[in-house]
Write a protein that binds this ligand. Structure first.
Ligand SMILES: Nc1ncnc2c1ncn2[C@@H]1O[C@H](COP(=O)(O)OP(=O)(O)OP(=O)(O)O)[C@@H](O)[C@H]1O
Length: 380
């Protein structure tokens, strides 16, 4: 028979070990999320009550496995049993209220948010905006920043594929939507909310929503998707000057805008329009990113497939700097096709190096001030 004086320290030790088990979606220890209903240890046999946030939690197996392993790792524990149940409605509501930090249901990146917000736009499609945004997010996360990525490119949502989470669906906990995490980045995409195609069938759902619907979707992303405290939020906007750009301008006036273009000088004019549209909605255009710049050849020459000078030309027109020039890169393209971002797989690829340097530039930039409440005191 085991006395309490022996089991209590063991129970405390098991709880300490469980505090290292992280919910993969919420990214907080299960002990902080009230997912551990109780721990008992009798004669070396630990019993853990594990309460999942929802029925059919996609991370259930992993959490249970991690809980078992953590409990078993404690000296003196010889056997582990786990009783898995699901939180009651009240428990879930208490959790979502706590995750919101007691704040009412409003969008998380309001005027007082400390998160830096960068919106990436382009004049036309196919210039590599999504590929750059995804790699930029991964690079920032690899530097240890808490990063969220909103794929607001409703007509060409490609971020989940580029990040290797095609088909991932967010988990709902009460009214909160938990974004899937890819390579350390919390990702939400319009594509995650469309009907899933049958296994093996191509996704051919075209999104043809009108302005108000798009606005509500962007607003819902910013309100109901639980990002937690982010250092950086990136938005992949659709190309051009459409409804989403206007909504983002209204909802996130502090967003700092990057305009992506190719080196083709003819592309500068159309890209300039999206920069001007961002300014008209009160946002700050902070710079140009030139993509698909010259590809260095083995003989030392540079293959300028899309010409040169487009980035400089656009920067001159918008009166902002060129923040990066990213060369054509087979590895960057391949990484996008396979869901393995080049900044992680081949960090010394010249395109990865350029994106990483851009990430450094953004990481050290101050937050945008547009729309922010400034604390001002007027001395008498
Ligand atoms: N620097 C680069 N070198 C080689 N290929 C690239 C480069 N940048 C992007 N690509 C490739 O170009 C194609 C278009 O890229 P991407 O989908 O990112 O463009 P986009 O501007 O986001 O387009 P849309 O807005 O239409 O979705 C992709 O196949 C991508 O892998």
């Amino acid at each position: 028979m085991t006395s309490r004086s022996v089991t209590e320290p063991l129970e405390a030790a098991v709880l300490t070990a469980l505090s290292r088990v992280i919910d993969p979606e919420i990214r907080r220890p299960v002990t902080e999320l009230d997912m551990i209903g109780g721990v008992t240890v009798a004669d070396g046999a630990a019993h853990v009550d594990l309460k999942l946030t929802i029925v059919g939690c996609p991370a259930a197996d992993r959490i249970e496995r991690d809980v078992r392993a953590a409990a078993a790792s404690v000296d003196g524990v010889t056997a582990v049993s786990v009783d898995v149940s699901v939180m009651t409605r009240e428990e879930r509501d208490a959790l979502t209220a706590r995750l919101r930090g007691g704040r009412p249901r409003e969008h998380q990146f309001g005027p007082d948010s400390l998160t830096k917000v960068f919106a990436v736009t382009s004049g036309k499609g196919g210039v590599g905006k999504s590929t750059l945004t995804a790699n930029l997010a991964v690079s920032l996360a690899a530097k240890g920043l808490a990063v969220g990525l909103v794929d607001a490119d409703v007509f060409g949502f490609s971020i989940p594929g580029i990040l290797g989470i095609e088909g991932a669906v967010p988990t709902r906990v009460g009214e909160l939507i938990l974004p899937p995490v890819a390579h350390g980045v919390k990702v939400v995409s319009i594509g995650m909310f469309l009907p899933q195609p049958a296994p093996g069938a191509p996704r051919n759902t075209a999104v043809s929503w009108r302005g108000p619907m798009l606005h509500r979707t962007v607003q819902q992303f910013l309100t109901d998707v639980w990002f937690g405290d982010l250092d950086v939020l990136l938005l992949d906007l659709p190309p051009g000057t459409g409804d989403v750009a206007i909504s983002v301008g209204q909802l996130l006036p502090q967003a700092q805008v990057l305009v992506v273009t190719t080196p083709q000088t003819a592309a500068a004019e159309v890209a300039e329009r999206s920069g001007i549209a961002a300014r008209q909605t009160g946002q700050t255009v902070i710079g140009v990113v030139e993509n698909m710049a010259g590809l260095p050849q083995a003989d030392g020459t540079v293959l300028e497939l899309f010409g040169s000078g487009g980035g400089e030309e656009l920067a001159r027109r918008l009166d902002v700097p060129v923040l990066a020039s990213v060369p054509l890169s087979v590895d960057l393209r391949r990484g996008g096709d396979t869901g393995a971002p080049v900044v992680l797989t081949t960090p010394d690829d010249p395109a990865a190096v350029a994106i990483d340097a851009l990430a450094d530039t953004l990481a050290t930039r101050a937050r945008g001030l547009a729309g922010r409440h400034l604390a001002m005191r007027i001395n008498p």
